[in-house]
Design a protein around this ligand. Structure first.
Ligand code: C2O
Ligand code: CU
Ligand code: CU
Length: 508
């Protein structure tokens, strides 16, 4: 299904080799590009038992929580690693709310640098004390956010993370993120009631002490930092125990600052039932699924026979800043993920026929993005010098400054780049003129992908983050309805965002 794959050998670090050894070295590199691994892998050994972050659930229409951002250590293997945490953990607690609820989060900043909070995917006001990314919470300070969810908010997996411009990649890459699950308005869709729901938060922290975790080169920032582990809920290749004949339902979040995951489960298809912003009309079966930073998916799996089935990420080449080769030290490619790397295993016991899949999930009408009144060009660019400076400008490997821009401008919190009348619907024609992929994200208003010139076909659902492959164009339809206010759109490779690939939109 994927029309691209990495042909370069992954750049193995000693650390990765060590980690790979722990996960069972034999399983690595097994999956040839585009090849099938449709077998029970006897080489895969289940790791630690699968576990999920603590869940905090709303009652009587309200959930009130305190999130303490602080540094510390978290368990890792037999030891610990340095991390930025919410309430001592990474991922932070999972917040479960319903449409119509009020979510109140007091963010306490125990770091020695400014931070703030963004609720990625919530269709709520971006102003005042709601999802306002222009708020700054200084060290020792706190801020209380109040989010009022509309009664018709779609059920989906959203998430929270810091959004203080210039520090988003280190803080999120350090471990500051957590899930927000918007439950179905009705208790659960009847066909899903018997399923086993799990949350899988994918992150790739650097592993070590504070200095090795925070030491990131200018080159890595241009490329978008990648860590040296690929963890699920902070665990190294955890084992998910499932009974044959059951219906497994996994909500998956890519909370990595830059890493892409090309997910495939040995011996099973993934039945996609949800995207970033809501459910599909019916399950969409896929052999693999590309999840760019910020993206989410909800899938069903129907185990039938006993065995240990690895959930892998296949290699993916997201390109490189490409300075004509020379300057980038030979232009070594960016290989996001190690081809075939095991993220988790599904350990199935028993034999049974496959559980029935739901035939319909939400009415087709819910997926209708309507018609657009106008088109808006959005150009994502990376280049040497140029741009308008602003707060952008990354360090080039060879002594130049690389600019990251949208429509020729780097982010400036005081400038409004796009003004739209509330209620308008627009087609955004997003062109990536660079030699790297950029996952494009818009706050507050979900969109549908209408067309793309490159990349795997899109699952037909509501999105808020979409991968725009190198040198290609993706068109999305954005109904700028229900909500007014001033917020941002940006590349979700967070080093790119921190270096200026972000703009401001005002809808009024
Ligand atoms: Cu997940 Cu503006 O971000
Ligand atoms: Cu967001
Ligand atoms: Cu980018």
């Amino acid at each position: 299904m994927a029309d691209r794959c990495s042909v370069r050998a992954p750049a193995w670090t000693r650390r990765q080799v060590l980690l790979a050894g722990a996960a069972g070295a034999a399983v690595l590199g097994l999956s040839a590009c585009g090849g099938s691994t449709d077998t029970t892998s006897t080489a895969a050994k289940p790791g630690a038992p699968f576990a999920q972050p603590t869940v905090l659930t709303s009652t009587n229409g309200r959930l009130e929580v305190t999130l303490k951002a602080e540094v510390g250590t978290v368990p890792y293997g037999d030891g610990t690693r340095f991390a930025y945490t919410y309430n001592g953990t990474s991922p932070g607690p999972t917040l479960r709310v319903r449409p119509g609820d009020t979510l109140i989060i007091t963010l306490e900043n125990h770091l020695d640098e400014p931070t703030n909070l963004h609720t990625h995917g919530l269709h709520v006001s971006p102003e005042g004390d709601s999802d306002n990314v222009f708020v700054q919470v200084d060290p020792g300070q706190s801020h209380t956010y109040t989010y009022v969810l509309p009664g018709d908010h779609r059920s989906s997996l959203c998430w929270y993370h810091p959004h203080h411009h210039g520090m988003v990649a280190p803080q999120l890459g350090g471990g500051l993120f957590g899930g927000i699950i918007i439950e179905d308005a009705i208790d659960q869709l009847p066909d899903l009631a018997g399923s086993t729901e799990r949350l899988l938060v994918l992150a790739d922290p650097k592993v070590g002490d504070s200095s090795s975790v925070l030491d990131v080169s200018g080159m890595q920032k241009m490329q978008g930092r990648e860590g040296d582990a690929a963890l699920v809920n902070g665990l190294d290749a955890p084992a998910i125990r499932a009974a044959a004949g059951s219906l497994e339902r996994w909500r998956v979040l890519n909370a990595s600052p830059s890493r892409y995951y090309r997910l495939a489960l040995d011996g099973h298809r993934l039945q996609v039932i949800g995207t970033d912003g809501g459910r599909l009309a019916a399950p969409d079966p896929v052999d693999e699924l590309l999840l760019a930073p910020g993206e989410r998916t909800e899938v069903l799996v129907t185990p039938t026979k006993p065995g240990v089935f690895p959930l892998r990420t296949r290699g993916y080449d997201r390109g490189s800043p490409g300075m004509g080769g020379g300057m980038m030290g030979g232009g070594g490619g960016s290989t996001s993920s190690i081809d075939g790397q095991v993220l988790a295993t599904m350990v199935v016991t028993g034999s049974a026929s496959a559980a029935a899949l739901p035939s319909s999930l939400v009415p087709e009408a819910d997926l209708d993005a309507g018609v657009a009144g106008s088109e808006r060009p959005i150009e994502l660019a990376m280049g040497m010098g140029g741009g308008t400076g602003g707060m952008g400008g990354g360090m080039g490997g060879g002594g130049g400054m690389m600019s990251f821009s949208i429509n020729g401008e780097s982010f400036d919190a005081n400038r409004t780049n796009i003004e739209v009348r509330a209620g308008d619907s627009e087609d955004w024609v997003i062109t990536n003129t660079s030699s790297m992929d950029h996952p494009f994200h818009l706050h507050a208003w979900p969109f549908r992908v209408i067309e793309r010139t490159s990349g795997p076909p899109d699952v037909p659902g509501w999105k808020d983050t979409v991968n725009v492959p190198a040198n290609s164009t993706v068109t999305v339809r954005v109904p700028l309805t229900d909500i007014t206010g001033r917020t941002v759109y940006h590349c979700h490779i967070l080093d790119h965002e921190d270096q200026g690939m972000m703009g401001v939109i005002q809808v009024q």
